[in-house]
Design a binder for this molecule. Structure first.
Ligand code: HEC
Length: 187
């Protein structure tokens, strides 16, 4: 009788111990998971739309684009983009938005394919959102870019020109780039 009592007690203890271990272990796993989820959602720089599949029509209209002359491309940028992405800004502290050449560098690293680059940049310019921004730092620093109203054709011309052409950069930019990336600025 006494033996049986001890036995049940030790079973009970072992059970409780297992349950306790399970609970503490799983709650720490749970805590780590929560932390990781928080970290990736708060710090992730991947745009939500990065894996968007382009429609055939989109691919075709990008392929069908005629080359944009330097004159036309620069005047489109002047008219629609350079008021904020000013390539003549005289200091890093005075700019309203990052230089387009620097943004182009980031986009090219992320989307080396020309069609994808053009489509993704056009997506953002049509409907800026922090979820789809490739660079989260500037969104925090300058606030989200306002929507720019353009025709589909102008939009594609501008983004294709950004990809194809050598863009003007502010005079402080090459030194800033070297400081950030440890390499000389080239386009
Ligand atoms: C009224 C000011 C303003 C105008 C005009 C403007 N932008 Fe911007 N743009 C910003 C600011 C501010 C940012 C940085 C914050 C952000 O990414 O939203 C930015 C960021 C961007 C980005 C980076 C998005 C990313 O993925 O992180 C692209 C691309 C861009 N602009 C393209 C353009 C193009 C192309 C034009 C012209 C058609 C244009 N912008 C006109 C203010 C402007």
């Amino acid at each position: 009788m006494v033996w049986a009592k001890i036995q049940t007690q030790s079973w009970y203890n072992a059970d409780m111990k297992w349950l306790w271990n399970f609970q503490t272990k799983s709650s720490s796993v749970y805590r780590i998971l929560c932390f990781l989820t928080l970290l990736t959602t708060a710090c992730s720089s991947s745009p939500e739309n990065q894996n968007r599949q382009l429609s055939e029509q989109e691919e075709q209209s990008i392929h069908a684009l005629a080359a944009v002359s330097a004159e036309e491309g620069n005047s489109l940028l002047e008219k629609h983009c350079y008021s904020c992405h000013n390539p003549n800004s005289d200091s890093h502290d005075n700019m309203l938005a990052p230089p387009l050449a620097g943004i182009k560098y980031k986009y090219q690293q992320f989307y080396p394919n020309r069609t994808k680059f053009i489509a993704q940049m056009a997506d953002f310019v049509k409907q800026p959102s922090s979820e789809n921004a490739l660079m989260k730092g500037p969104v925090r620093k300058f606030g989200l870019m306002p929507k720019v109203v353009l025709s589909e054709e102008e939009m594609l011309k501008i983004t294709a020109f950004i990809y194809d052409a050598e863009l003007a950069v502010p005079k402080w930019f090459p030194a800033h780039f070297k400081e950030q990336h440890g390499q000389d600025w080239t386009q």
